[in-house]
Every structure is written in C-alpha cells, then in structure tokens.
Design a protein around this ligand. Structure first.
Ligand SMILES: Cc1cc2nc3c(=O)[nH]c(=O)nc-3n(C[C@H](O)[C@H](O)[C@H](O)COP(=O)(O)OP(=O)(O)OC[C@H]3O[C@@H](n4cnc5c(N)ncnc54)[C@H](O)[C@@H]3O)c2cc1C
Length: 343
C-alpha cells in the first residue's frame, strides 16, 4: 500500500483519513489528539457538558490509520518533520487549517486540558456582569446569541468595526441578527474598534470606555502555514495561504494536495467547504491510483446557518432566507449529523 500522510485532523484531514484508511497506509499527524466540531464550541462555552458531544479522539474513529500527536515543524516535497519524527510519504495532504483566538480554537492540546480550559471560561462567565465581544462577524454574533440566551442578567456589548454585522451576508440576515440581539438586550457599537483593554476597561478608537469583566475576541483567522515556510514558501500567497490548482494539488506536485481553511480558494472559510475539498481529494487520490482523470473542485454558494442561541437562527442560501426556530434547530441537527459519522 502507498503511504498517505495527512497533516491536521480537522474537518478536512479527519474526513480523508477515515475514508482512505483501508486503501492507503494512512498516517494522520495532529498537534491535538482529537477531532472537534468547531461550530459547537460556542455552545460549550455557555454549557460545558456540550463539549463531549462535539469531540472524538482520533484513535476512536480511525481503526487502521496511524495517529501521531505531534507538532509539525517542517514540510518538504518528500518528508514531514515534527518535533520528534521524520515521516516520508508517497502522497501528502496538507490540512493544517487556520488559527482563531482562544478559547474558540486551540492547537497543541489534549482533550482533557481542552475541557479544563473551557470550564475556566464558563466559571468566569457565570461570575461576571459585564461581557464584551469584539468582532461582529458570524462568530461574534453567534456568541452574543448564546450568552444572551443562557444568561438573562448580563450586560453584553458587541463592538463591530464595520457599519453592519456579518457584512458579507444578505441585508435581511444582517438586520434580523441586529434586531434579535438588541431585543435580547445586547448593546451593539458600530464603526469602532477596541484600542486598549486595561484594568477591565476597554477603550475604543473613538474614545468610548466600556467596563468589561470578560472579553472575547472574535476577529480574524490566520492560516497555519508556518511549517511550509522553510521549503515551500513559493507555494504560499501574500497572505500565507497555500496556492492550489483546480484539482486541489499544489502546483507542480501531483502527489501533494491541500484542503480546508489553509487553501487560497476564494470562498468563505467554512467547515462545509473543508469537507467538500476532502471529498474531491478522496476521489482524486483514488483516481490517480487507478489512472482515471482527476476531478475539479468548483466553489459554490453553500447553505449557511447562523445560530442565535438554542431556539433561533438564520438560514441563508443565495437569496433565500429563513429565520426563527427552524434554523436554530437545524444547526443542532448538522452538528449531530456530522458527529455521528465519527462515533
Ligand atoms: C468559533 C467558530 C465557529 C465556526 N462556525 C462555523 C459554522 O457554523 N459553519 C461552518 O461551516 N464553519 C464554521 N467555522 C469555520 C470552520 O471551523 C473552519 O472552516 C474549519 O475548522 C476548517 O477546517 P480545516 O480542516 O481546514 O482546519 P481546522 O479545523 O482548523 O483543523 C486543522 C487541524 O490541524 C492541526 N494543526 C494545525 N497546525 C498544526 C501543526 N503545526 N502541527 C500539527 N497539527 C497542526 C490543528 O490541531 C487542527 O486539528 C467556525 C469557526 C470558528 C472558529
């Protein structure tokens, strides 16, 4: 069997490892020992028992693949270097994803430590009165929805540097989220940025001071492409995302693919997109082995579900928008449907 090495056990990496572990000699390398359904982390912050519904240890869903829990330091065209090992491959999939602020996404952590860390946030959340969310993108909006649903007596402030929440979405989606959060008592400050956070007071760039016992930073993702910089920097774009061709190969290499948030593909960085990349790579690895033509990845608009607490949400697909309890419940269903595949 040919050696397939997969870097990263997120949405893309875990899916490929599971699908191909009987067809290739698969090695999955991840700095954490578990797969986590990231969208469910917001619920886990307000309800820590939820965490066990969204995590599964890599070794539990992989029956044959070898799992190496180590941090990848260097990637080259024929080997991968971690802090402890050098691993050679016939095929490589780079699915190192992206980083986001703590506690939403974490690397180099084991499942037990992750739980303890989130519980610390939960205890803090229960104690404090003033909570600030910096960033009015989807994550900031969903977090405001969760906190305002679970806690009725908190002063929640959301600071958004743009003039709208989730500005890449449809106007109806944006205004529904704005109205919903305001009705829940969330104070939304537009067109201001956090400049300083000192002694539990946030100062914005326009000089407003906001008392904040607990602050969540919900801004910007960065690609985890550091290990590629030494030997493969010419395959990174200016923003350090990995350039891929239409078959999701790194240009010039037939045996090296990249998937998920780390790629330069012009589309929203979404778990669903990472899974669609995984599907194409699964097919293409099989196709290469059986001398069949490769399949192209074509970015497409996806159904987006934005939750606003347990019982409300927004479903958006092109111009179609559905709001209320159905999208709220659908989000939980998507989580269940994804996790069941790894049980
Ligand atoms: C709070 C939040 C909510 C979200 N909600 C949604 C949603 O509702 N719907 C949606 O579609 N998308 C959502 N997303 C986006 C979604 O989580 C990402 O698009 C998705 O995680 C990308 O998957 P991936 O496989 O590319 O990478 P990731 O999930 O980022 O996985 C990368 C893996 O690589 C590992 N890794 C990274 N660097 C190294 C290294 N040097 N050595 C070893 N291992 C390494 C990491 O540990 C991780 O396991 C959300 C994101 C956040 C942060």
């Amino acid at each position: 069997m040919k050696k397939l090495v997969i870097l990263g056990g997120g949405f893309a990496g875990a899916k490929i490892a599971k699908a191909l572990e009987n067809k290739f000699e698969v090695t999955l390398i991840d700095s954490k020992d578990y797969y986590e359904f990231t969208p469910g982390i917001l619920r886990s912050i307000v309800k820590p028992t939820h965490l066990k519904k969204i995590q599964v240890i890599h070794n539990h869903y992989l029956k044959k693949a070898k799992v190496i829990v180590e941090c990848i330091k260097e990637v080259s065209k024929n080997y991968v270097l971690t802090d402890k090992s050098k691993i050679k491959f016939d095929y490589l999939v780079i699915a190192l994803g992206s980083s986001y602020n703590s506690p939403f996404k974490e690397k180099e952590i084991i499942v037990a430590t992750r739980g303890a860390h989130l519980r610390k946030y939960y205890k803090e959340l229960c104690k404090v009165k003033n909570i600030t969310i910096v960033g009015g993108g989807i994550v900031g909006v969903e977090l405001a929805g969760e906190i305002s649903d679970f806690y009725k007596n908190k002063e929640i402030t959301l600071i958004q540097k743009h003039e709208k929440l989730m500005e890449r979405n449809r106007n109806k989606t944006i205004s529904y989220a704005d109205n919903f959060l305001r009705k829940k008592g969330v104070r939304i400050i537009y067109e201001e940025e956090m400049k300083e956070y000192n002694k539990k007071v946030i100062t914005t760039d326009k000089g407003i001071k906001i008392k904040s016992d607990l602050t969540f930073i919900c801004t910007g993702i960065t690609p985890n492409s550091e290990p590629l910089k030494k030997n493969m920097s010419k395959y990174l774009n200016k923003r350090e995302y990995v350039n891929v061709n239409k078959y999701l190969q790194i240009n010039g290499y037939k045996n090296i693919f990249a998937a998920g948030d780390i790629t330069n593909i012009k589309e929203e960085k979404l778990a669903q997109n990472a899974e669609c990349h995984a599907d194409i790579i699964i097919k293409n690895l099989k196709n290469i082995e059986s001398n069949k033509p490769l399949e192209k990845y074509v970015p497409k608009p996806r159904i987006m579900i934005i939750s606003l607490g347990r019982f409300n949400g927004i479903l958006q697909y092109k111009n179609f928008i559905l709001t209320g309890i159905i999208p709220g419940i659908l989000k939980t269903f998507v989580e269940w449907k994804t996790m069941i595949k790894y049980r």
